[in-house]
Design a protein around this ligand. Structure first.
Ligand code: TPP
Ligand code: SF4
Ligand code: MG
Length: 353
């Protein structure tokens, strides 16, 4: 019996591992770390819907697979539809008494290209229909598998191969899409932002996402050392910097209530984040000061807007159930929206097994 409330790293190693070694992801890639953390966190066995992207290409090279849980390879755009189909098929088979009811959790893994851009309408439809699944966006802010192209998640000013840093264009001109807020606007029971370095926060969020009695969505920042231009061993430090500089606040939206988690705070200037990655090198050169000031101002404004959004929701009385210092005051979700929609689980978990 392992309690997620008091989980230690050593105990985590006893949990079932979703991926074996020997896959083809780059050394230092955050994607395999996120996948393993997610599968560690789940209460139930996982059935995975996997979109095309680095994770899929590097873990399912025929005739081999690195997966230790069942996986359905979807196309780039329709991983959420595949998840909907798994749920619908399961319900039909149980209804027709072709199989016994069983507990399992449908998990989608999809990159930011597959989620923010190409799969957005499929995702939106599945959320609106209320299928029960945990959608994990592996957000490395670009189409990395096809050569580091910009996506709707790419930050303004970022160098990519389609937004070069030259005289005419100085990195990506547009601001990124706020997909987490767009998903929250669907009114689903659980939405969160997490980052790979804060494993306690991520595990707690996956548990809450799994317990939600409807669709849930966790947008996980997953640095790509190839595309972000940093050394493989710096992945976790860069993820932490993204939170500390306010580029990637950690928060969750539980039944419409917004709250910061994981000790998320903004304590460093954006230039600290830029200095750590080659994709922002041009922003540190003379002449880029105005662009940097604009980015800092926007990050500050978004942070203030998030604080205001969180302050607007008064948290209900404390009930425990969190994980880690930053979460100890977060009550479990009430899961009130879609009581009939679930495939698996028994509602709210108190974090113990
Ligand atoms: C409809 C369609 N368009 C384009 C592609 C080519 N393609 C395969 S993976 C990929 C990039 C994936 O980006 P993302 O979803 O962010 O995942 P990452 O590789 O960054 O983890 C692209 C463009 C495709 N397979 N299908
Ligand atoms: S290119 Fe980036 S996302 Fe793809 S495997 Fe390498 S580090 Fe991971
Ligand atoms: Mg990507």
């Amino acid at each position: 019996m392992i309690s997620l409330v008091t989980l230690k790293l050593q105990q985590l190693t006893l949990r079932p591992d979703g991926l074996s070694g020997g896959h083809g992801l780059c050394a230092g890639c955050a994607e395999s770390v996120v996948v393993r953390q997610v599968v560690f966190a789940l209460e139930n066995p996982a059935v995975v819907s996997l979109a095309t992207g680095c994770l899929e290409v590097a873990t399912t090279r025929f005739p081999d697979t690195a997966w230790r849980v069942p996986v359905i390879h979807s196309a780039f755009e329709n991983a959420a539809s595949t998840a909907s189909g798994i749920e619908a098929a399961y319900k039909a088979l149980v209804r027709k008494a072709r199989i016994e009811p069983r507990k399992f959790t449908i998990v989608v893994f999809a990159g930011d290209g597959a989620t923010y851009d190409i799969g957005l309408q499929w995702l939106s439809g599945a959320l609106e229909r209320g299928h029960r699944f945990v959608y994990i966006c592996l957000n490395n802010e670009g189409y990395m598998n096809t050569g580091i192209q910009r996506s709707g998640a790419t930050f303004a000013g970022t160098w990519t191969t389609t937004t070069p840093a030259g005289r005419a264009v100085h990195g990506k001109p547009q601001w990124r899409k706020d997909l987490t807020a767009i998903v929250a606007a669907h009114g689903i029971p659980y939405v969160a932002q997490a980052a790979v370095h804060n494993w306690k926060d991520l595990l707690a969020k996956v548990r809450r996402a799994e317990a939600a009695t409807g669709p849930s969505f966790v947008n996980v920042l997953a640095p790509c050392n190839r595309g972000w231009r940093h050394e493989p061993e710096e992945t976790m430090a860069i993820s932490r910097l993204a939170v500390e500089t306010g580029f990637w606040p950690l928060y969750e939206v539980v039944d419409g209530a917004w709250r910061l988690t994981g000790a998320s705070r903004k304590s460093k200037p954006v230039t600290d984040y830029f200095k750590a990655q080659g994709r922002f090198r041009h922003l540190l050169a003379p002449g880029a000061e105005k662009q940097v000031d604009e980015i800092q101002a926007r990050v500050d404004a978004e942070w203030q807007a998030l604080i205001a959004r969180c302050a607007a929701f008064k948290p209900p009385p404390l009930e425990g159930g969190g994980l880690g210092a930053g979460d100890s005051k977060v009550p479990p979700p009430s899961n009130s929206l879609l009581p009939e929609a679930g495939v698996s689980g028994e509602g709210v978990t108190d974090g113990s097994e």
